[in-house]
Design a protein. Structure first.
Length: 148
């Protein structure tokens, strides 16, 4: 069964190392667990930016609202990832997944004060290390311990 502690930890750890393809049941399970965290909308955006848009930790931490909105400030149909936010000169245009767009809209409504999409309580910008550690050490493991 998918609800074993060891399986979920290995899925979470796989998100922090070399990219691995998650199955639909794994994505659904992790999405459900994220809803039980302290900041479910932000954490869902972090997760979906990885699995639906393929962004690296640095790219997720460097993503600004300007990269995902049009000139009128409305969410765009794509992410315009700039070189400064990517690894080397790998800036690119990424189509915005419907599920990711929906969660980004919710996040944009919740926090409109920072130019960065992913922020923490303590900072208006999130480092790649923080992105990697958010689910691995804080948010989801506590949920995992309750679900075993």
């Amino acid at each position: 069964m998918l609800h074993t502690h060891g399986f979920l930890v290995s899925v979470l750890i796989s998100l922090t190392k070399q990219a691995k393809t998650l199955t639909k049941p794994q994505i659904k399970l992790i999405t459900g667990l994220i809803q039980q965290t302290r900041y479910p909308v932000r954490n869902q955006v972090i997760f979906l930016l990885s699995v639906r848009a393929g962004l690296r930790a640095k790219e997720r931490g460097s993503l600004t609202w300007e990269m995902v909105t049009d000139a009128d400030g409305q969410l765009s149909s794509s992410i315009h990832l700039r070189d400064v936010a990517s690894k080397g000169r790998s800036g690119r245009i990424i189509p915005l997944n419907k599920e990711l767009r929906r969660v980004l809209e919710a996040l944009k409504e919740d926090q409109n004060h920072s130019p960065h999409v992913i922020i923490t309580v303590r900072s208006g910008k999130t480092s790649p290390a923080t992105i990697v550690n958010l689910h691995q050490q804080r948010s989801l493991p506590s949920v995992l311990r309750r679900s075993v």
